[in-house]
Design a protein around this ligand. Structure first.
Ligand SMILES: Cc1ncc(COP(=O)(O)O)c(C=O)c1O
Length: 458
């Protein structure tokens, strides 16, 4: 429950008053789940909301309060909650069985749809999550090249397996995080996401690099944006050195455009990792890419080349219900302007938020790419102007440097005003957000800023 630091806040008081059902559940959860939660980004003080149901761009908590949702199922719901076609596909699939322990027709259709939409995909191997997809991408790259190390960009996120932990929010020196062995961490080379010379130097000097993996719109879906020129340079260097270039499109796939960031930037990676939207709001992931690389998963092809096949079981790989949801969602995204709609809604929010920040003289800026909205919270007190703010001119550490308590209070203030902001803090838009939702959100942001001012926070 609210600790000392937060006890005098009107924002916290109003939040607690509005959400007694969530407070009760959070208190029960404390004795059952570490921190009372199941995903780190659902950690919020004094406690996070408990959601009962969701529809379109809205969700309702256990006390019946409605929120405009900007978590969007951690990015999985480009079409919003319960899109009728996706729901129908899932209901049909459920009535036919949830786990056949066998190949099934829908996995073929799902893979075909992925290959149709993702420009670099020649073969697809399904997994159960994005974390598993990036794990398999690395294994493929190592097996294919016979090399050991790989390069990651500092602050980029690729799931939580052992190779992906250092250098995301901590351990920027590459040292192993809790529970990870040094030998694993030693094979990961961390480089700057903003200084292209660093990766160039590593690629030239270290002949043991198997792969480079990147969040193609930059760390945390563009919180630290990555330019097309930067990506093009990495593509060129990796090609020159025979290093596998992996686009981690777990967030950006089917979101930036129907063919993901690679289509939007016109860059062809060797491998692509997918999840979230891929499975239409259900669990699922995939590695897609060059056939010759995915041949290391193929019994006959690996044997024909005298190579050891990579083993890959996985009880829920290409689960038939996830496949049904994925096929339905991807077809809608392919055939409609869903991506464009989400992108333009995000641009409207960014602009509206900046007008409000300027009006109240708050030295923050709203920015982002495609369907993302982030807030630069200017912890170091830089002089900025919202209308000309360019995040590419700000160092990555500064873009990520946020006062946790202030982020919490902003999110609580938004919740009091009927908006579930994500913990960036900001928003991932869906195609289901309407003009009315955007106006409601703008008004909520205006009220939240006023509340933060009254609380003496800004
Ligand atoms: C870019 C990126 N890669 C990988 C992952 C891991 O995916 P999952 O949560 O499905 O394991 C995420 C999850 O948020 C992600 O954002």
């Amino acid at each position: 429950m609210p600790d000392q630091i937060m006890s005098n806040s009107k924002i916290i008081g109003s939040y607690i008053e509005k959400t007694p059902g969530s407070e009760k559940l959070a208190s029960e959860a404390q004795s059952l789940l570490p921190s009372g939660i199941a995903h780190d980004s659902r950690y919020l003080k004094p406690y996070a909301l408990y959601i009962d149901k969701a529809f379109g761009p809205h969700k309702w908590d256990v006390d019946g309060n409605r929120y405009i949702d900007y978590f969007g199922g951690h990015g999985a719901l480009l079409l919003g909650h319960c899109h009728p076609d996706v729901t129908k596909a899932v209901q049909n699939a459920l009535s036919l069985g949830t786990q056949f322990g066998a190949n099934h027709p829908r996995e073929v259709e799902w893979a075909d749809q992925v290959i149709k939409m993702v420009p670099s995909a020649e073969r697809v191997r399904f997994t159960s999550s994005g974390t598993e997809a990036t794990l398999m991408a690395l294994r493929l790259a190592r097996s294919f090249t016979g090399k050991n190390k790989f390069i990651r960009f500092k602050t980029h996120f690729h799931g939580w397996h052992d190779h992906m932990t250092a250098g995301y929010t901590s351990h920027f020196d590459g040292g192993a995080t809790a529970g990870v062995i040094d030998g694993v961490a030693d094979n990961v080379v961390l480089v700057s996401p903003q200084d292209i010379s660093e990766i160039k130097t590593v690629l030239k000097s270290d002949s043991d690099i198997a792969a480079v993996i990147v969040e193609p719109t930059g760390s945390s879906f563009g919180m630290v944006p990555m330019t097309q020129e930067f990506l093009q340079s990495v593509r060129k260097f990796t090609e020159e050195q025979g290093v596998i270039f992996v686009f981690d499109e777990v967030v950006t796939g089917f979101r930036c455009s129907p063919g993901g960031a690679q289509q939007a930037f016109d860059i062809k990676p060797d491998l692509t990792t997918l999840a979230k939207i891929l499975a239409g709001g259900l669990p699922g992931g995939a590695v897609a890419g060059r056939k010759d690389i995915l041949d290391d998963l193929d019994f006959e092809r690996a044997a024909a080349q005298g190579r050891e096949k990579i083993g890959h079981p996985g009880t829920f790989n290409a689960n038939p219900v996830s496949a049904a949801a994925g096929i339905a969602a991807l077809k809608i995204i392919e055939q409609t302007d869903a991506c464009e709609k989400a992108n333009s809604s995000a641009a409207i929010l960014r602009e509206n938020f900046n007008i409000i920040l300027e009006k109240y003289n708050v030295p923050w800026a709203a920015y982002g790419t495609f369907s993302g909205v982030h807030l630069y919270m200017n912890k170091n007190g830089q002089t900025i102007k919202q209308s000309t703010f360019n995040p590419n001119e700000i160092g990555y550490a500064d873009l990520k440097n946020k006062d946790k308590e202030l982020v919490t209070k902003l999110r609580l203030a938004m919740a009091i005003n009927g908006v579930d902001f994500n913990n960036s803090p900001g928003a991932q838009l869906s195609a289901s957000h309407t003009q009315e939702d955007l106006e409601f959100t703008t008004e909520a942001f205006n009220e939240a800023i006023k509340m933060l001012k009254n609380d003496g926070e800004i």
